[in-house]
Ligand binder design. Sequence first.
Ligand code: DAT
Ligand code: MG
Length: 151
Amino acid sequence: SSVEQSYIMIKPDGVQRGLVGEIISRFEKKGFVLKGLKLFQCPKDLAQEHYKDLKEKPFFPGLIEYITSGPVVCMAWEGDGVVASARKLIGATNPLQAEPGTIRGDLAVQTGRNVVHGSDSPDNGKREIALWFKEGELCEWESVLTPWLVE
Ligand code: DAT
Ligand code: MG
């Protein structure tokens, strides 16, 4: 696989429940590189744009209400295969079906309060990072750990 970026977001329940450090730590320990990070109160129109593919779903209004109910933590993570790997670290959409060891499997019980978002494709990773971060908010840097993680 090639170097790609995923948009990972800790949802308002994750922030309120004090899970920010725990969740960031899982991506750090895995070996991905953090390129962008901010605490952010999301306006409704941005939440609607982010979840536009779901706008016909019955749960859409509740989803927008939830995502805009408090600050979220926006992150851009980079690495080989980060998009699919992050989805595995996050676990199934329904936390009751998520495997133990995953973020949702360990830390959540309900689909409507599943603590974290992760992009579902490299193209959506790009789209979502461009949507949630402004020009200049991402850092271009190399981690000194990279040679110890990839040969
Ligand atoms: P994921 O977040 O695992 O990519 P998704 O893209 O299908 O899942 O849906 C986005 C979010 O919408 C999901 O994290 C929680 C909410 N959601 C999805 N299906 C739902 C449902 N049946 N009832 C309530 N909320 C739902
Ligand atoms: Mg999704």
